[in-house]
Design a protein around this ligand. Structure first.
Ligand code: NAD
Length: 313
């Protein structure tokens, strides 16, 4: 399959590297020139539990320099960059191209739907973890899975092919009729843990210092899942609560990407996570006071961190 990955940071590089190793035809598309140059010179350094190696049978290009029309375009920018990134690959999308988003947050399908019809969009979630260690070097430890479905809920033949291609690359992919439940469950997890760690400037396990930490995280999960139910989505509260409790105990020293973005002076995905939940809650008249307060606090923290970084430059 001809696969282009739009946004080849941590996740895009991990997926691109594994798909290339499984002999798919992969092009990474990004605007990070240092990363692109490193890959062009030495290949992509891929560090996983299966080894530390360089993958060279892939291309890494700026979007405007790519010409090959892909069968599948996987969007892996941060959510606030999706529309600009898609606009830069308009020339690569033809009537046969399908687009997959596995990004966190809400609103990703709507962004992709501004370019192609819903029947050509796949949406899903992934639990694979990844970090960009430096230019041309991605690391991922442990395992994960992918759950996806067509955005219009149909099951075209290409859905099974996409699932097979991702699974053959070791990415453990399944079609899931309740994909929107999976999306909202992940949003609930992220809306609770990411902003709390960002506001505290502490890793996930710090939330376990006093019982108020898990209690606050679980109160946010409750709010978000109430919004999901009001939107007609079936969600499993027990599963999300267990995941949140487990993360607070097990994710020792882990700084969520929202905190990493603030520390680096970059914008965060707060608007597509807590922001989108608050907007949906308003439409359904569901109260989400904790989720909204955290959104406001992260907006403040993020603006101050960006100002401090600009002064340093
Ligand atoms: P990242 O910041 O490492 O990578 C994003 C990449 O997009 C960067 O390399 C950036 O240069 C590129 N980009 C930005 N604007 C672009 C444009 N206009 N054109 C092309 N490329 C552009 O982010 P990530 O950690 O890989 O996360 C990507 C998505 O996956 C996010 O929605 C995130 O929440 C989600 N996610 C991340 C993880 C993880 O462990 N990292 C796990 C699951 C889901």
């Amino acid at each position: 399959m001809k696969i282009a990955i739009l946004g080849a940071g941590a996740m895009g590089s991990l997926f691109g590297g594994l798909l290339a190793e499984a002999d798919q035809h992969v092009t990474l598309l990004d605007i990070n020139d240092a990363h692109l140059h490193a890959i062009a010179e030495r290949g992509l350094r891929l560090e996983t539990d299966w080894g530390d190696r360089h993958v060279s049978n892939l291309q890494a290009l700026r979007p405007g320099d790519a010409a090959d029309v892909p069968d599948l375009l996987i969007v892996f920018t941060k959510s606030m960059h999706t529309r600009a990134a898609l606009a830069s690959v308009r020339h690569l999308i033809d009537p046969a191209t399908h687009i997959l988003t596995l990004q966190n947050g809400l609103g990703n399908v709507e962004a992709v739907a501004s370019m192609v019809q819903r029947e050509r969009i796949f949406v899903g979630v992934t639990t694979w973890p990844a970090d960009l260690v430096g230019p041309g070097h991605v690391r991922s430890h442990g395992t994960g899975e992918i759950r996806l479905m067509s955005a219009d809920g149909e099951r075209p033949a290409i859905l099974a092919r996409v699932v097979d291609v991702l699974s053959a690359a070791g990415l453990n992919c399944q079609a899931d009729a309740n994909v929107w439940g999976a999306v909202w469950e992940k949003v609930a997890f992220n809306a609770a843990l990411n902003p709390l760690c960002t506001v505290l400037n502490r890793p996930v396990d710090a939330l376990g210092a006093v019982e108020d930490g898990p209690a606050l995280a679980l109160a946010i999960v409750d709010e978000v899942l109430a919004v999901a139910r009001a939107s007609g989505i079936t969600v499993d509260a027990g599963k999300v609560n267990d995941n949140v409790r487990h993360a607070i105990v097990a994710h020792r020293g882990h700084k969520p990407s929202m905190l990493q973005d603030v520390l680096a002076g970059r914008p965060t995905e707060i608007e597509s996570i807590n922001g989108a939940v608050v907007a949906t809650a308003r439409r359904h008249g569901v109260p989400v006071p904790h989720t909204e307060t955290l959104m406001q606090l992260v907006r403040l923290v993020q603006v101050q961190a960006q100002a401090a970084h600009q002064q340093e430059r």
